[in-house]
Write a protein of this length. Structure first.
Length: 388
C-alpha cells in the first residue's frame, strides 16, 4: 500500500474519525517492523506528543488500557466496542515505542481527540497574572487591580486610556492566535494592528518623560503617536526599532530566520538590542525601504520594496511575489489556523506568485488554485492538509 494512503488513515486515527475498515488496514500495516519505525518518526514529527522520561512498561500500559475498555457502559453497541479495541491496539504499540499521549483517548461520554487542541482564543494577560479571554465579536472592559477601567474593547478593537499619572510601569500582554487579527490602541494613542499568531507586551500606561517601549512577537503594523520628547521603541527579540513618529510593519515570528521592518511613513532606526548609547550602531530607514536583521549573524541590510506587499495582510490579503512555497505554507497556517504537512521537499524551495483574499477564500479554494495552476497533489483530512 502506498504510504500516502496510510498517512491519511493515521491522521484520521489521531482525530478519532477512522472507520472500522481503515482501522483494520492500519493494524495490518503497523504489524510490519519497518512500518513501526515509519509510524514512530511520522507521529514524532507531526503530532503534539510528549517524550516519556522513561520507557513505559508495556504490560502496565496494556493493563491500564484494558481497564479503561471494561469501564465502557454495557449500552455501547458491539460494533463500537470493536472499534474501541482497535484504537487501543494501535495505542498500545504507540505507547510501547516510547511516547505518552497528552490526551486520554477513552471517555464514557464522548470520544476526545488525542491531538492537543489548537488554541484559538484571543487572550489578554493582566499585570496581576490573570488571563482574560477576548471575544472578537463582543464588548468588554479591562480593569486594574483597584477596579479602575483602563481599557475598553469593542469588537476587534481594544483601546487603552491614560491620564499621565502612572508612577510605575505595569505590563499587559495581548496574544492573537492563528486565524485571527486584532487591533489595539495604546495609552499614548499609538495604533497597533496585530496579525495572526502574534503577541505584544505593553505598559498599561506609559510614564511621563520616559521612553515608550513595547515587545513584539509575530507581526504588527504600527501607527505611532508623535511625541518628540519620548522616543518609541519596538523590541523584536534581539532587534530594537526606534521610532520617530511613523507608520511601519514589523515581522518577527520565532521560526523566521530574520526580523523584517518595512517603513511606510516617517523614519525608524534599527539596532541590535543591548547596545549602549556610545557603541550603538543604528541603521536608518526611509519610506519605501525594508530593513532585515539576520538573527544568526546579527547583521542589518536594507532594500527598496513595494510596501503594499508587506502590509496587505491588514485588509485580509496575502500577496506572494517570488516567494518560496515553504514560506507560503507558514503564512497559510497562521492565517487559516490549519496544519499543513509537506512531503514534497523539492516543492518547498520552489517560488510562486499568488494573491489570496483570506477573508473571502477558504483554504480549500486556495489549494484548489495551487492544484490547477501548479499541479500540486494534496489531501485534506480534518484540519490537516497533506501535500504528496
Amino acid at each position: 500500500m502506498d504510504f500516502k494512503d496510510v498517512e491519511i488513515i493515521i491522521v484520521k486515527y489521531f482525530s478519532q474519525s477512522a472507520n472500522m475498515e481503515e482501522l483494520d488496514i492500519l493494524n495490518t500495516w503497523i504489524e510490519v517492523p519497518e512500518n513501526q519505525l515509519i509510524f514512530h518518526e511520522y507521529v514524532k514529527t507531526h503530532f503534539a506528543i510528549t517524550l516519556a522520561m522513561n520507557e513505559p512498561d508495556i504490560k502496565t500500559v496494556k493493563k491500564a488500557l484494558l481497564k479503561e475498555i471494561k469501564k465502557e457502559k454495557q449500552r455501547i453497541k458491539i460494533k463500537k466496542r470493536r472499534a474501541l479495541m482497535k484504537y487501543a491496539a494501535v495505542a498500545i504499540l504507540f505507547l510501547g515505542i516510547g511516547f505518552v499521549l497528552q490526551r486520554d483517548i477513552f471517555n464514557d461520554q464522548n470520544n476526545k481527540e488525542i491531538i492537543v487542541p489548537r488554541k484559538d482564543e484571543i487572550t489578554l494577560k493582566l499585570g496581576n497574572g490573570n488571563v482574560k479571554i477576548i471575544s472578537a465579536d463582543g464588548t468588554s472592559k479591562v480593569y486594574d487591580t483597584n477596579g479602575k477601567v483602563i481599557g475598553e474593547q469593542n469588537g476587534k478593537d481594544l483601546v487603552y486610556s491614560g491620564n499621565g499619572t502612572a508612577a510605575k510601569l505595569v505590563y499587559n500582554t495581548l496574544s492573537i492566535p492563528n486565524g485571527k487579527r486584532f487591533n489595539i490602541t495604546l495609552s499614548d494613542g499609538t495604533l497597533v494592528h496585530l496579525n495572526a499568531g502574534s503577541s505584544i507586551t505593553f505598559p498599561v500606561e506609559f510614564l511621563k518623560n520616559k521612553i515608550r517601549k513595547v515587545f513584539l512577537s509575530g507581526e504588527a503594523y504600527f501607527e505611532v503617536a508623535h511625541d518628540k520628547k519620548n522616543a518609541f521603541i519596538v523590541n523584536a527579540n534581539r532587534l530594537d526599532v526606534q521610532v520617530y513618529g511613523t507608520k511601519f510593519n514589523v515581522t518577527n515570528y520565532q521560526e523566521d530566520e530574520a526580523t523584517d521592518v518595512v517603513l511606510v511613513e516617517g523614519s525608524v532606526g534599527l539596532a541590535e538590542t543591548g547596545q549602549s548609547a556610545k557603541t550603538k550602531n543604528e541603521t536608518f530607514l526611509t519610506p519605501g525601504y525594508k530593513g532585515t536583521f539576520n538573527k544568526e549573524d546579527k547583521k542589518i541590510s536594507n532594500e527598496k520594496v513595494n510596501t503594499s506587499l508587506y502590509t496587505s495582510w491588514m485588509t485580509g490579503n496575502l500577496v506572494f511575489r517570488q516567494e518560496s512555497f515553504q514560506n507560503i505554507i507558514q503564512k497559510l497556517q497562521r492565517h487559516y489556523n490549519v496544519i499543513i504537512i509537506n512531503n514534497n521537499q523539492k516543492l518547498a524551495q520552489e517560488t510562486f506568485n499568488a494573491t489570496i483574499e483570506t477573508d473571502h477564500e477558504s483554504i480549500e479554494q486556495v489549494f484548489n488554485y495551487f492544484k490547477k495552476v501548479y499541479q500540486i497533489d494534496y489531501s485534506i483530512v480534518e484540519n490537516k492538509i497533506i501535500i504528496h
